[in-house]
Design a binder for this molecule. Structure first.
Ligand code: FAD
Length: 324
C-alpha cells in the first residue's frame, strides 16, 4: 500500500490549529487537524468573547463553528478524538505522527496543543468555573464583565500582578490574595502594584500570607473564604468573582524528547518564524515560549506557521536561515 503523505498535519484544533488549517488548506496543501477532544480548544468553555476583531461579542462555540467551517470549506480535514502521542523525523525528512492506532506522515507539522490554566483545586472552583458564574483565569479576557463589582485575585507572579492591575480598571473593589509577603513578579510590576495600593481611596487591597480556601455561592460566586497562613484565621468576604492567576501548564508532555521544551514545558521556537529545532516542525499558540495567551495571537501564530511553511517546502535549507 502506498503511504499517504500529508503536506501539513496540525496537532490541536484550537484557535492556533484552526488558523493554520485555513491558510494551509486555502493554499491547496493537503491538510489534516488532529484533535484530542473536540475542535475549539480553550475558547469552547467561554460564552462571551469581546476582543476578537470583527465581533463585538461572540461565544467560543459559535466562533469555533465558523472557523472550522471556513477551514474545511477549503479542504482541511478534521479528526476529532485523535490524540497525538509521539512524533519522529525520518532520515528522508518526513515526520511520522503516532495517533492512537493510526500513523500519519507529513512534510510539515504545526504543533498547536495549547496550554491549560493551573487550578487551585479549592471547593467551589469547578462549580463556578466560567466567567458568567464568577470564576475566571484570564483578567485580560474577563475583567470588563466585572465592572463595578467586587473581585478576588489570587497569585503573585508577573501575569497575576498585570492582570490584577487590569482588573482595577473595571472592578469597584479588588482584593489580591497572595500566599507570601514577597511577590515573584518583577520589581517594576511590584512597584506599580504598590503605587496602586497606596493611591488615596484605592480600589485595590492586599491580603498577604493568605490563601483562598473556598468559594461559596448559589448558582454564582457570592463569597470567598480567605485563610491567613500565619494565624490560621479564616474570613469570609462577599464578592462577585474570583480570578485565579497561578500560571499555565502547556499540553506538551507528549513532545518530550522530540522538540526542545523549557523547564515549564513550553515549546522553544524562534519567534520570527515559529521554527523549532526540528526542520519542518513549527510551534503555534499558547504552547510556545513567548505566547501572549490570547485567542487572536494564537490564530495569528497558526497563520504565520502556515505562511512560513511554504518557504520550507520550496527550499528546506530555509529552515536554518537567519531571520532577516
Ligand atoms: C474560559 C476561557 C475564556 C477565554 N476567553 C478569552 C477571550 O475572551 N479572549 C481571548 O483572547 N482569549 C481568551 N481565552 C484564551 C484563549 O482561549 C487561548 O489563548 C487560545 O484558545 C489558545 O489557542 P491555542 O490553539 O494555542 O490552544 P488551545 O485553545 O488550548 O487549543 C489546543 C487544542 O489542542 C488539543 N490538544 C492538546 N494536546 C493534544 C494532543 N496530544 N493531540 C491532539 N490534540 C491535542 C486540545 O484538546 C485543544 O483543543 C480564554 C480561555 C479560557 C479558558
Amino acid at each position: 500500500m502506498t503511504e499517504q503523505i500529508w503536506d501539513c498535519v496540525i496537532v490541536g484544533a484550537g484557535p492556533a490549529g484552526l488558523g493554520a488549517a485555513l491558510y494551509a488548506a486555502r493554499d491547496r496543501f493537503k491538510t489534516v487537524l488532529l484533535e484530542k477532544f473536540a475542535p475549539g480548544g480553550q475558547i469552547n468553555t467561554t460564552d462571551r468573547i469581546e476582543n476578537y476583531p470583527g465581533y463585538a461579542n461572540i461565544s467560543g462555540p459559535d466562533l469555533t463553528e465558523k472557523m472550522l467551517a471556513q477551514a474545511t470549506a477549503f479542504g482541511a480535514e478534521l479528526r476529532s478524538g485523535a490524540e497525538v502521542t509521539a512524533l519522529a523525523r525520518r532520515p528522508d525528512g518526513l515526520i511520522e505522527i503516532a495517533c492512537g492506532k493510526d500513523k500519519f506522515t507529513a512534510r510539515v507539522v504545526v504543533l498547536a496543543p495549547g496550554s491549560s490554566y493551573r487550578h487551585l483545586d479549592v471547593s467551589g472552583e469547578e462549580e463556578f468555573h466560567n466567567a458568567g458564574a464568577g470564576v475566571s483565569y484570564c483578567g485580560t479576557c474577563d475583567a470588563p464583565f466585572f465592572k463595578g463589582k467586587t473581585v478576588i485575585a489570587v497569585g503573585g507572579g508577573n501575569t497575576s500582578v498585570e492582570d490584577t492591575l487590569h482588573l482595577c480598571k473595571f472592578a469597584a473593589k479588588v482584593i489580591m490574595v497572595h500566599r507570601r509577603q514577597e511577590f515573584r513578579a518583577t520589581k517594576v510590576l511590584v512597584e506599580e502594584l504598590m503605587a496602586k495600593v497606596n493611591e488615596p481611596n484605592s480600589n485595590l487591597t492586599l491580603k498577604l500570607d493568605s490563601v483562598l480556601a473556598e468559594i461559596k455561592g448559589a448558582g454564582k460566586v457570592e463569597k470567598a473564604v480567605i485563610k491567613n497562613l500565619k494565624t490560621q484565621a479564616q474570613e469570609e468576604i462577599g464578592c462577585d468573582g474570583v480570578f485565579i492567576f497561578i500560571g499555565m501548564v502547556p499540553n506538551t508532555a507528549f513532545l518530550k524528547g522530540f522538540v526542545e521544551l523549557t523547564d515549564a514545558g513550553f515549546i522553544r521556537c524562534e519567534p520570527a518564524y515559529l521554527r523549532t529545532k526540528i526542520p519542518g516542525v513549527f510551534a503555534a499558540g499558547d504552547c510556545r515560549t513567548g505566547a501572549a495567551m490570547q485567542l487572536v495571537t494564537a490564530v495569528a501564530d497558526g497563520v504565520n506557521a502556515a505562511m512560513w511553511m511554504k518557504q520550507y517546502l520550496r527550499d528546506p535549507a530555509w529552515w536554518n536561515s537567519k531571520p532577516e
